[in-house]
Design a protein around this ligand. Structure first.
Ligand code: CA
Ligand code: CA
Length: 199
C-alpha cells in the first residue's frame, strides 16, 4: 500500500477513535443530564405540593384568626352557644347554687340570663326541660325583683301564686313548666348564661 494512503488510514482511524470516545462522553453526559432533569422535575413537584399545603394552612390560619377576632370583639357566639337576636345563650351542663351560677356565667364573660320580652321568654324556655336559674333576684329588698345587670323587670312570666317567698326564696328560676318561680338560692340546679353581642 502506498505510504501516503496508509498514513491517511491511520489518521482516519485515530480520528474515529477520538470521535467514538467523544460520542461516548456525550452519551454519558446526556444520561446524567436526563437524570438531573428528572430529579429537578421531582423537586418542582414537591415544591408545588408544599406551596399548596402552605396555602391551605395559611387559609386555615386566617379563618381561625378571623374567628378568634370575632370572639374577642364579642361579635359572634362561642362554640355550643345558641344565638337568638343579638345574644348568645348557653344551658349549663352542671348544677350550681344561684350565686355560683352567676359567678360561672361571669367567668364566661356573660351573665345569668335576663329576660326582657315575651319572644325571649319563649326562646329561653325552649332551650331546656330542666328548671334553670335566671339572673333575677330580690335578695337586696324583699319583693323588689331586679335583674343582675340592675334593670327593672319589664315583662314577667310568674307562675300562678308566684313569687311567694315560701321559705326565704330570693332567686328566680324558670320552671319545667316554662314559668317563673322564686326559689331558695342555695338550691343547686342548671342555669342559663347570656352573652350580649357587640354588633
Ligand atoms: Ca324573696
Ligand atoms: Ca316560690
Amino acid at each position: 500500500m502506498d505510504i501516503q494512503v496508509r498514513y491517511f488510514i491511520t489518521n482516519l482511524t485515530g480520528e474515529r477513535d477520538v470521535l467514538q470516545e467523544k460520542n461516548l462522553n456525550l452519551e454519558t453526559s446526556n444520561h446524567n443530564l436526563s437524570l438531573q432533569v428528572k430529579l429537578l422535575e421531582e423537586d418542582v413537584r414537591t415544591l408545588h405540593g408544599d406551596r399548596n399545603k402552605l396555602r391551605n394552612e395559611l387559609q386555615e390560619l386566617e379563618e381561625k384568626q378571623a374567628e378568634l377576632r370575632c370572639l374577642v370583639e364579642n361579635r359572634c357566639c362561642p362554640k355550643n352557644w345558641i344565638r337568638f337576636g343579638s345574644s348568645c345563650f348557653l344551658v349549663s351542663p352542671n348544677t350550681k347554687t344561684w350565686t355560683e351560677s352567676r359567678q360561672e356565667c361571669e367567668e364566661l364573660r356573660a351573665t345569668l340570663v335576663i329576660i326582657s320580652s315575651p319572644e325571649q321568654q319563649r326562646f329561653v324556655s325552649g332551650l331546656t326541660r330542666h328548671t334553670v336559674w335566671m339572673g333575677l333576684t330580690d335578695a337586696h329588698t324583699e319583693g323588689e325583683w331586679r335583674w343582675v345587670n340592675g334593670d327593672a323587670v319589664t315583662s314577667s312570666f310568674w307562675g300562678r301564686g308566684e313569687p311567694n317567698n315560701a321559705g326565704d326564696e330570693d332567686c328566680g328560676e324558670i320552671s319545667a313548666q316554662n314559668l317563673w318561680n322564686d326559689a331558695p338560692c342555695r338550691t343547686k340546679q342548671h342555669f342559663i348564661c347570656q352573652k350580649v353581642l357587640q354588633l
